[in-house]
Design a binder for this molecule. Structure first.
Ligand code: FAD
Length: 406
């Protein structure tokens, strides 16, 4: 069993296989130097310096050793030969497989401004790996001026950590509000207000047009379409993810916004599976193919694929959910809100804890919970069961949500 990639999905896959009684050899091949680690803290507690590398690891080294899982770090797989059932590593080695699992995740979308200096600037960073955070640490310090490109989760989480550290923060967002792709205007407005109160300068409707550099190639100034010239010591870019599908593409596997798999993680080749951020699956809840970028889905997809490989059929059919931590606020989101016609707020943004219900024809499609973890658990059930609810009941805090669960 060869698992390409050693991220969240791969680590779970390897250990789940052993738990399911798989007896054959298992090898994890990762291009990073690390055992599988949690990426969410990279823009939260690890960036702030509150936790160390060791705390990021999903499982300690002994777990893999005891489970006889081989780990080959610092090794990039460069090709798959489906007919010979082998993969080639960057150093020329060839490894054979009976089953291959692609858990290659994704890489940050890079700025493409037609200026070669941009992605070489030593103070312009992306955020996906421990290495990325290590590279930015020196510049991520009190008094420095940070410009964040992109008002999505990662950008806003970084902004929150930076403000707590006394860093001067500006966020550039090309759309008319932050978190535009994922939340309702009410929730975006709440987060803009919270960040504004914390001293973050959020510029919406503001497209990045370029940078000014010093003689060493460092960015000194960020330029926008509205004519802003923002001085910067450090720039962090969070504008999305590109799934790592090149290996699969080269091997001729079917792609569809990611490596196309079925509900068990099976690709178009019977001996190759794909899981996690690199894969797109037919999502029963959404009624269409989805590629999700979240820890819960990476874990659950890994468990379903691990079950398949020991002859059990456990389809991945969880309702998508996600979380984001900013300041003292815990945002948890469940479902997909596309196509909603009504938003109902339970509780008040002024109190810094509330729920936003997204409804279509009265059916609860999705819920955002801001620091209401207990009600979020109930909300997950309402979404999973596609409960039809009266918005007047949802907003009435004297009526328990639990009563709506069938
Ligand atoms: P990855 O974790 O990306 O792992 C893939 C691994 O494969 C990488 O190590 C990569 O180097 C390696 N690889 C790729 N190609 C090759 C190759 N050819 N050969 C060898 N190795 C290869 N999710 C949440 O649910 N909640 C959050 O709050 C949250 N916050 C996040 C914050 C940040 C800063 C980031 C970056 C992500 C966050 N996520 C969050 C997303 C979550 O981390 C991902 O969904 C999850 O890591 C996906 O796991 P994966 O195993 O599919 O991919």
């Amino acid at each position: 069993m060869l698992i390409v990639g050693a991220g969240h999905a791969a680590g779970e896959m390897a250990t789940a296989l052993r738990m399911n009684g798989y007896k054959g050899p298992i090898t994890l091949i990762g291009e990073e130097p690390h055992l599988p680690y949690q990426r969410p803290p990279l823009s939260k507690a690890f960036l702030s310096g509150d936790i160390t590398h060791e705390r990021l690891y999903v499982k300690g080294p002994a777990v893999y050793t005891n489970a006889a899982i081989d780990f080959i770090p610092n090794s990039r797989v460069t090709a798959i030969d489906k007919a010979a059932k082998t993969v080639t590593l960057e150093d020329g080695r060839t490894l054979s497989y009976s089953k291959l699992v692609l858990a290659t995740g994704g890489r940050p979308r890079q700025l493409s401004l037609g200026d070669e200096r941009v992605n070489k600037a030593p103070n312009l960073h992306y955020l996906r790996t421990i290495g990325h955070v290590d590279n930015m640490r020196e510049q991520f310090k009190p008094g420095n001026k940070l410009v964040i490109i992109g008002g999505g989760y990662i950008g806003l989480e970084v902004a929150a950590v930076a403000r707590k550290k006394g860093i001067d923060v500006t966020v550039l967002e090309a759309m008319d509000r932050v978190l535009q792709r994922v939340t309702a205007p009410e929730v975006s407005a709440f987060y803009q207000q919270v960040h504004g109160e914390a001293g973050v300068n959020i510029l919406v409707n503001t497209a990045l047009t370029g940078f000014e550099f010093d003689a060493e190639g460092k960015v000194t100034t960020v330029l926008t379409a509205n004519g802003h010239k923002i001085p910067a010591d450090v720039i962090i870019v969070g504008i999305g993810l590109i799934p790592n599908v090149e290996l699969a593409e080269q091997a001729g596997l079917a792609l569809e916004n990611g490596i196309a798999v079925d509900e068990y993680g099976q690709t178009s080749d019977p001996d190759i599976l794909a899981i996690g951020d690199c894969s797109s699956h037919p999502n029963a809840y959404a009624g269409r193919r989805l590629r999700l970028e979240s820890v819960p889905s990476a874990l659950e997809q890994a468990r379903s694929a691990a079950a398949l490989l020991v002859g059990q059929k456990k389809p991945y059919n969880a309702v998508p959910w996600f979380w984001s931590d900013q300041y003292d606020l815990k945002l948890q989101m469940v479902g997909l809100n596309q196509g909603y016609d009504t938003v109902a707020l339970r509780g008040s943004p002024a109190n810094r804890n509330f729920l936003a219900f997204y409804l279509k024809d009265g059916v609860v499609l999705a819920v955002d919970s801001i620091s209401r973890p207990q009600e979020f658990m109930v909300a997950k059930k309402l979404v999973a069961e596609r409960v039809k609810a009266d918005p007047m009941v949802l907003v009435d805090e004297s009526q328990p949500l639990k009563a709506l669960v069938p």
